[in-house]
Design a protein around this ligand. Structure first.
Ligand code: C2E
Ligand code: MG
Ligand code: MG
Ligand code: MG
Length: 288
């Protein structure tokens, strides 16, 4: 009878639901394995100044090369990692790896690392950051943490206390995906972020007829009044770049300049980009 009842409880799930749950569980098992066996990698996407075209920094983006599924997108596995707590391990590893890689970069290039709300609330984030900086000898002033509005929603005072604690370490703080969450401009008043990253969706239709140019303009104005810089995410066309520059946005990131690359490739990019800029400078000097 017990067996029959058990079977009946299982029937509670729709078949597709069941398949989804099983697939998720499988991904979780595979993710655990990947963490333990070097299956994760960190890629770096450069960020370009719209004022002088210099590379100002790179964002660390985790990659998972699954033995059967190929590359699994972080959009798919980060939520699973957050639900299972695996994000703490992944985040710590990304932070340590990225600081070690970035210690080889020219010293005017910053490193940005995404911090999940789960890590943010863990109570040990500040300690882990101090440890990663010490182990890699990477300066705190060149590390930027990207957090989303999700960390600010509830329990504002705790969140603000953590932000101030991180600031005291000397790292910079950026507000990621701005405009997509439960955006409240009051966050910008309660905490002085160093940077606002304008979400890709606003960049996407910035050139359209009833495009988002006016929203971008408002964010840029607000940011500069509060001495924050702005980075436009997901810039894919020359026209978007031109408009963002005209609107006074400080920096851009996107496929137009470069997708995220492995550590060795991004080092090569720094060198070629630098010599391109130098060459352009020479031509301009000769023209004068
Ligand atoms: P995000 O932090 O907003 O990162 C930007 C995402 O946009 C990246 O996707 C990047 O590859 C993609 N992107 C950059 N330029 C373009 C473009 O021009 N067009 C389009 N369509 N996309 C562009 P990715 O690497 O798949 O990461 C997705 C999200 O996963 C990230 O969004 C971030 O929230 C999360 N994530 C990635 N790595 C980490 C990590 O190490 N820790 C945590 N906690 N989250 C991470
Ligand atoms: Mg980010
Ligand atoms: Mg973002
Ligand atoms: Mg995003």
């Amino acid at each position: 009878a017990a067996k029959a009842a058990g079977r009946r409880t299982y029937r509670f799930f729709e078949p597709e639901m069941d398949a989804k749950v099983r697939e998720r569980r499988q991904l979780e098992t595979d993710l655990r394995y990947a963490i333990a066996h070097g299956g994760l990698e960190v890629y770096y996407q450069p960020c370009l100044s719209l004022k002088d075209d210099r590379i100002t920094g790179c964002e660390a983006l985790v990659r998972w090369r699954h033995p059967e599924r190929g590359t699994v997108s972080p959009a798919e596995f980060i939520p699973i990692a957050e639900d299972t707590g695996l994000i703490n391990e992944i985040g710590e590893w990304v932070l340590a790896t990225a600081c070690r890689d970035a210690a080889n970069w020219p010293d005017d290039i910053r490193l940005a690392v995404n911090i999940s709300p789960v890590q943010f609330k863990s109570g040990t984030l500040a300690l882990k950051i101090v440890a990663a900086l010490a182990a890699s000898n990477f300066p705190a002033s060149r590390l930027e943490l990207e957090i989303t509005e999700a960390v600010l929603i509830r329990d504002d005072d705790t969140a603000l206390a953590i932000l101030h604690q991180l600031r005291a370490i000397g790292v910079r703080i950026a507000l990621d995906d701005f405009g997509t969450g439960y955006s409240s401009l009051s966050y910008l008043h309660r905490f002085p972020f160093d940077k606002i990253k304008i979400d890709r969706c606003f960049v996407n239709d910035i050139a359209g007829p009833d495009g988002s140019a006016s929203i971008v303009q408002a964010v840029v104005n607000l940011a500069s009044a509060r001495r924050m810089t702005t980075t436009a995410e997901g810039v894919e066309t020359e026209e978007q770049q031109r408009l963002l520059r005209a609107l006074g946005c400080s920096e851009m990131q996107g496929y137009l300049f470069s997708a995220a690359k492995p550590a060795d490739k991004v080092l090569e990019l720094f060198a070629t980009h630098r010599s391109q800029l130098a060459q352009r400078g020479d031509t301009e000097l000769r023209r004068e």
